[in-house]
Design a protein around this ligand. Structure first.
Ligand SMILES: NC(=O)c1ccc[n+]([C@@H]2O[C@H](COP(=O)([O-])OP(=O)(O)OC[C@H]3O[C@@H](n4cnc5c(N)ncnc54)[C@H](OP(=O)(O)O)[C@@H]3O)[C@@H](O)[C@H]2O)c1
Length: 247
């Protein structure tokens, strides 16, 4: 009989990460879930006591990688590392504190988590790292400078690790998940109305198929694939003059 998949999800307390966690739990997979909100972690653990272990991790803290290793041990090992933690804000006034917090979560925190997972899998002789970045990394977005720049960083970092993994013969596979707008708490709190908004549970279903197939890059959904295609054709001088008021 095939061994049940052991997955660690960082960012499982809300939004896309939570929906992905629920999909995996319904399949009977064994999960280690993390995030900062202990009540949300406890709820997942309590609802699936046979399948879920939980441990709080704040990716902005220096002990995050150490805590991730603790969770992996608690889970009894890891086959798939799924990173959904992230933050993002519209910040046209370019407030420094927002920009820096975004970079600390989406860049420093991302590096902490992904490098720890990479080192773990390199030692174990292989594994699968899946991260949620965004289509926002395609181009610099004036309304969300730090967000789009950090998402581009994530895309490039995973490209780099995928190349390194081949060179080092680590047998680590990578999936870079790039959704368009998804209806989650991340988008709450502003006066903006988001077009082509997708449901988090539907997006989670698409993510599950991409993870099953170990797809390298997935843009969700087809409308955003078309949009990204068009964005890439726009010359820089024209892009800088576009009055995009979202993202
Ligand atoms: N919603 C969208 O339109 C959209 C589109 C494209 C990509 N994405 C990306 O999808 C990912 C998930 O976002 P979401 O939309 O599902 O938003 P969300 O509901 O706000 O979820 C964000 C998750 O990240 C966790 N997190 C945030 N800061 C953290 C920290 N310092 N340490 C540990 N965990 C932290 C949160 O948990 P705690 O608060 O409990 O720590 C939460 O579980 C993000 O990377 C986001 O950029 C979202």
């Amino acid at each position: 009989m095939e061994r049940l998949k052991r997955v660690i999800i960082v960012g499982a307390t809300s939004g896309i990460g939570r929906e992905v966690a629920l999909c995996m739990l319904r399949r009977g997979w064994l999960l280690g879930v993390a995030g900062r909100r202990e009540d949300a972690l406890e709820e997942l653990r309590k609802n699936y006591p046979e399948q879920a272990v939980a441990y709080p991790i704040d990716v902005m803290r220096e002990d995050a990688a150490e805590r991730l290793m603790h969770l992996i041990r608690q889970r009894g090992g890891m086959d798939l590392f799924f990173l959904s933690s992230g933050t993002g804000h519209q910040n046209p006034s370019i407030e420094e504190e927002i920009e820096i917090r975004t970079a600390e979560t989406n860049v420093t925190g991302f590096i902490r988590m992904v490098t720890a997972a990479y080192r773990y899998f390199r030692t174990e002789g292989g594994g699968h790292i899946a991260v949620i970045s965004s289509i926002a990394g395609t181009k610099g977005m004036g309304m969300a400078a730090a967000y789009s720049a950090t998402k581009r960083f994530q895309n490039t970092y995973i490209d780099a690790l995928a190349q390194l993994s081949h060179k080092q013969n680590t047998r680590i596979r990578f999936t870079d998940i790039r959704p368009g707008f998804v209806d989650t708490p991340l988008l709450e709190g502003g006066e903006y109305k988001y077009p082509m908004l997708m449901r988090a549970d539907r997006v989670a279903g698409v993510i599950m198929r991409a993870v099953d197939r170990k797809k390298r890059v997935v843009i969700i959904d087809w409308r955003y694939r078309a949009l990204v295609f068009i964005w890439r054709l726009i010359p820089q001088w024209l892009w800088e003059r576009l009055k995009i008021d979202k993202l």
